[in-house]
Ligand binder design. Structure first.
Ligand SMILES: Cc1cc2nc3c(=O)[nH]c(=O)nc-3n(C[C@H](O)[C@H](O)[C@H](O)COP(=O)(O)O)c2cc1C
Ligand code: SF4
Length: 518
């Protein structure tokens, strides 16, 4: 029987020479005249082990990693095709603690299947959610999503079912489904991993959203920095179209739905839903005032569902296994699972999908294994560039929208970036203001002007110019930005700035070197 060897084609693995590893494996197969084939799968998300190569043996899949091109010959010599032992042997992937401790619902297939094989997708429960949705009324689909407790995974945490109901109830000759795949937050990669590793689940989720709301056209707005995700999604859409999942009659039903990929130019603000819609319409991405909500007047002024990749990719399992199955996971009003992305200065970075409720400390110390540098963890930024910095004292905060908000933080798209004790928090606060100044769409004054003034004030603190007066100005500025900005870019920048100031005040005092020089 032909042995299947899995070499991820995910961007993270490719950045670590997965293509060269695949080529070397291919060469050995030919030279040694072996009956084996290479599958380019997605990543399992254990990024420190990439490229993680897996071999399908009669006893199940066995993993080896991280594999460099130079390791390939020795893997064949160790007979890894039969599961032979090698210094890179990792055993069964499911037994690696980082994977064993996860609850994979949205990422159930990622890293397991061939991303572009519909056969593989179906064999791993693919399309079951869509098939169930096709037997239901639009209102019943919306009710199932509402009852599941699913909240938007893009950042705002708005209940997905309520958004869908607004679009279902809106009158209009044409409705749209727009998938937000701009993924601009620092340290986040869940959307990319889904698109590269399991693109059909996103297509299925968008098709279910379309049937639930009466939309017939969809767009996936992907940032240009994601060339592999763009290529895989485009191919997957074509495969789905050929198989009758997309087109005039979704899986032979009376519902029509088709979609296409649109590529953004890479402005952070174009991830904000209304700026994204402007960009999708071919305009410069500027934030629109709300109301009207996109659900009433969105793309081209028509009722539009706009959801994040992970939100949409979580819908098929909800329809397949039921609202209760999904809502049984989680804590408080944060139901289901969250694909947490662990990055920065960590030993074990990657994607960790878990039910809401684990504490930040468990994630950083246990799951991520502390810092890669071996130095103590000093700060963790959660929720992207607009998220707060958490000190060790707040490591008991559970991963839950409300718990983070109660501590002036946000879960956002669930990216966590870890820093060791060499981090300069004044510099991080400056970075937040500078980021806002660069990425501001310029529509409102608190954000456009406030962020520039913020950089100047922090620079004066760094130069030790009347620090108490500068801190008073900084606090005042942050309040103006928080309450006076039109969108969350200007409105949330105070989170990283004020959390740095509140939890790490020692970095906002004159350094001994500066004092001595005066
Ligand atoms: C400045 C800014 C950038 C944003 N970037 C993204 C993004 O990259 N991806 C995303 O899904 N949502 C992003 N959002 C949130 C979107 O505006 C919107 O809430 C989301 O697409 C709704 O989908 P959801 O309900 O499924 O989360 C951003 C918001 C702001 C204010
Ligand atoms: S807060 Fe900033 S990004 Fe948002 S609308 Fe105002 S200027 Fe534009």
């Amino acid at each position: 029987m032909t042995v299947r060897i899995f070499v991820p084609a995910d961007s993270a693995a490719v950045a670590l020479d997965a293509d060269e590893v695949a080529a070397a494996i291919g060469k050995e197969i030919v030279t040694r005249n072996l009956d084996a084939t290479i599958v380019r799968n997605g990543s399992r998300g254990l990024l420190w082990l990439e490229p993680m190569v897996e071999v399908e043996t009669p006893g199940g899949r066995l993993a080896y990693g991280p594999v460099a091109p130079d390791d390939v010959a020795s893997l064949f010599e160790a007979d890894f095709l039969s599961g032979g032992s090698h210094r890179l042997s990792l055993g069964r992937p499911e037994d690696i603690p980082f994977l064993a401790r996860q609850t994979r619902l949205t990422f159930a297939r990622c890293g397991i299947t061939d991303p572009l094989s519909l056969e593989d997708y179906r064999a791993h429960d693919g399309l079951k959610g869509l098939q169930k949705a096709l037997q239901m009324t639009p209102a019943a689909i919306v009710e199932t999503v509402t009852n599941s407790g699913l909240r938007g995974r893009g950042g705002a945490g708005f209940p997905t079912g309520i958004k869908w109901k607004t679009v279902l109830d809106a009158a209009g000759p044409q409705k749209y489904i727009v998938c937000n795949a701009d993924e601009g937050d620092s340290g986040t990669f869940a959307d990319r991993m889904i698109m590269e590793g399991d693109p059909f689940v996103l297509i299925e989720g968008m098709a279910i959203a379309a049937i639930a709301t009466g939309a017939t056209r969809g767009y996936i707005y992907i940032r240009s920095e994601y060339p592999l995700a763009i290529a895989v999604m485009e191919q997957a859409i074509e495969v789905a179209r050929m198989a009758g999942i997309l087109g005039k009659s979704v899986l032979g039903s009376a519902h029509a739905f088709d979609m296409e990929v649109r590529v953004g130019a890479g402005a952070y603000v174009c991830g904000e839903e209304t700026a994204l819609l402007d960009s999708l319409e071919g305009k410069r991405g500027m934030v629109r005032a709300k109301p009207p909500l996109p659900a009433h007047q969105g793309f081209l002024g028509r009722p539009t569902v706009i959801n994040n990749v992970v939100s949409l990719a979580s819908v098929p399992v909800i329809l397949d296994k039921g609202a209760e199955f999904y809502r049984d996971f989680g804590l408080g009003r944060s139901r289901g699972t969250m694909p947490i992305q662990i990055a920065g200065n960590v030993r074990h970075g990657g994607l960790f999908e878990a039910a809401f409720g684990m504490t930040l400390g468990e994630l950083v110390d246990d799951i991520a294994g502390g810092t890669a540098s071996g130095r103590p963890v000093r700060a963790v930024q959660v929720g992207g560039p607009l998220g707060a910095y958490f000190p060790r004292a707040l490591f008991d905060t559970p991963f839950d929208y409300e718990a983070f908000a109660a501590r002036d933080g946000l879960v956002g798209h669930a990216g966590i970036v870890v820093f060791d004790d060499t981090v300069d928090m004044l510099h991080q606060a400056r970075f937040a203001m500078e980021f806002c100044a660069i990425e501001s769409c310029g529509k409102c004054t608190p954000c456009r002007v406030g962020s520039v003034r913020g950089v100047e004030v922090i620079d004066r603190i760094a130069k030790n110019v009347d620090i108490p007066a500068q801190i008073a100005v900084l606090e005042d500025l942050c309040n103006t930005m928080k309450y006076g900005s039109l969108c969350a870019l200007g409105g949330f920048v105070p989170y990283p700035v004020m959390s740095a100031l509140k939890h790490f005040p020692e970095d906002f005092r004159p350094t001994p070197a500066v004092q001595a020089a005066e």
